[in-house]
Ligand binder design. Structure first.
Ligand code: FDA
Length: 391
């Protein structure tokens, strides 16, 4: 079967690219090896798909070339995707910090994309395993379990390595290498941390507890909830900072970012309170957390027995917890893959490989990784749309 354009990967970026190209009158075939298409869309945002963010800025993306994402993000904005969502009558709401989620189900977004592909005349085939790709003159030949396909524009939209059970594969990186394109190192990101040192029993005992923190690592700071888990630390604050963390780095965590705990404790003391410190702290922080963070002696003493120096020392324990994670939970639970196809080899305008005319890369397979909050889908939409104008 010969078509103008083949898109490998029926995920967010691939479907967006296919629909856009189809509307231009290009004959498009999307091939995916998974049993069902768009699996990551369906599991995203806790089943409600955080499909974009009201405020998208290039500095919310990490890449060896921080400029690469700018062009596409400015040509296809979050307002463009919101307009599409509204046109399809998909109900949505802002959860927090500009993050937009479906009111109902993530399948609303997948159905929107499948409908767009249908309107645009792009065909979608699942359970198609691509065994070999050859380029002869201007034509790409794909040898698959369903026979041979050929095209003049080949789009690689195979995503990253996270959640292998959902169809993730390193195939996109292999295609890049086959055509002489470099890849930057890859690792799991937007991912929970594991803790195995002396803090492990404490963290484990607090499992399930969530509180707002300020976390800092490598000059980047986030104010978001932290969740203690049996294995370590999770929640939006930890996933966000994982984009900036490298093995053996220490996280600085402030458990009371909204105020000055030393001032607060001194204020209780000057009000003449005779209450135990743990009971007072439990009025502003979760009780279970306070009890595990204070020593027994600290917890049981009345606040009026504390000296300034002792108050400052206790406050520091809450404001400046330094913790060095032993690692992360890896691709099993990571939302994204940091790194990927080196953008130096790709045009930021057309997404075509500079040295292989007709070969395009879009979405997460590229070395562009966004923050948590709808940024990765916006990258998939923007890169897919922009490439779709040229394939
Ligand atoms: P994507 O992974 O969507 O699609 C790749 C497609 O390629 C898949 O259909 C796969 O089967 C196919 N494929 C892979 N190898 C192949 C091969 N060898 N042959 C044929 N096909 C192949 N982001 C966000 O902005 N908001 C959110 O709410 C979330 N939530 C979220 C939750 C979870 C649990 C995860 C794992 C991830 C998120 N993300 C997210 C991230 C987001 O899902 C991700 O960045 C995009 O799906 C990337 O889109 P792509 O199209 O590039 O890859």
């Amino acid at each position: 079967m010969h078509v103008d354009c083949i898109v490998i990967g029926a995920g967010a970026a691939g479907l967006m690219c296919a629909a856009t190209a189809g509307y231009r009158g290009r004959q498009v075939a999307v091939l995916d090896h998974a049993s069902k298409v768009g699996k990551k869309i369906l599991m995203s945002g806790g089943g409600r798909c955080n499909f974009t963010n009201y405020t998208i800025e290039p500095n919310q993306y990490l890449s060896a070339n921080g400029h690469f994402c700018k062009s596409a993000l400015s040509r296809y904005k979050s307002s463009d995707f919101i307009e599409l969502v509204e046109r399809h009558g998909v109900a949505y709401h802002e959860k927090t910090k500009g993050q937009l989620f479906c009111d109902n189900k993530a399948s609303d977004i997948l159905n929107l994309l499948l409908t767009e592909c249908e309107y645009a005349g792009a065909s979608i085939t699942s359970q198609c395993s691509i065994e070999k790709i050859e380029k002869i003159a201007d034509t790409f030949y794909l040898h698959t379990n369903l026979g041979q396909y050929s095209c003049t524009s080949l789009v690689v939209a195979t995503g990253g390595l996270s959640i292998p059970t959902m169809g993730a594969s390193g195939f996109g990186y292999q295609i890049a290498q086959q055509f002489g394109l470099a890849c930057t190192p890859v690792w799991a990101s937007l991912v929970p941390f594991t803790i195995t040192d002396k803090w492990q029993p404490i963290v484990n005992a607090l499992s399930g507890l969530s509180l707002n923190v300020r976390v800092t690592c490598n000059k980047q700071t986030f104010n978001d909830p932290l969740l203690f888990t049996h294995r370590g630390l999770s929640g939006p604050a930890m996933l966000q900072i994982s984009n900036y963390w490298r093995p053996s780095d220490t996280l600085l965590i402030d458990f009371y970012p909204s105020g000055d705990l030393a001032e607060q404790i001194k204020a209780w003391r000057s009000q003449g309170s005779k209450s135990e410190l743990k009971n007072l702290l439990a009025t502003i922080l979760p009780k279970r957390f306070v009890e595990s963070w204070l020593t027994e002696t600290e917890a049981g003493r009345a606040v009026n027995q504390y000296s300034d120096a002792e108050i400052n020392a206790v406050a520091l324990k809450f404001h400046q917890w330094r913790i060095t994670p032993s690692g992360t939970e890896g691709y099993r639970t990571a939302e994204v893959t940091m790194g990927g196809v080196d953008t130096d080899g790709i045009s930021s305008k057309t997404f075509e490989a500079k040295t292989t005319p007709g070969l395009y890369f879009v979405g997460e397979v590229l070395d562009v990784t966004g923050w948590l909050g709808g940024f990765n889908f916006q990258w998939a939409w923007a890169s897919g749309y922009c490439a779709g104008q040229y394939v």
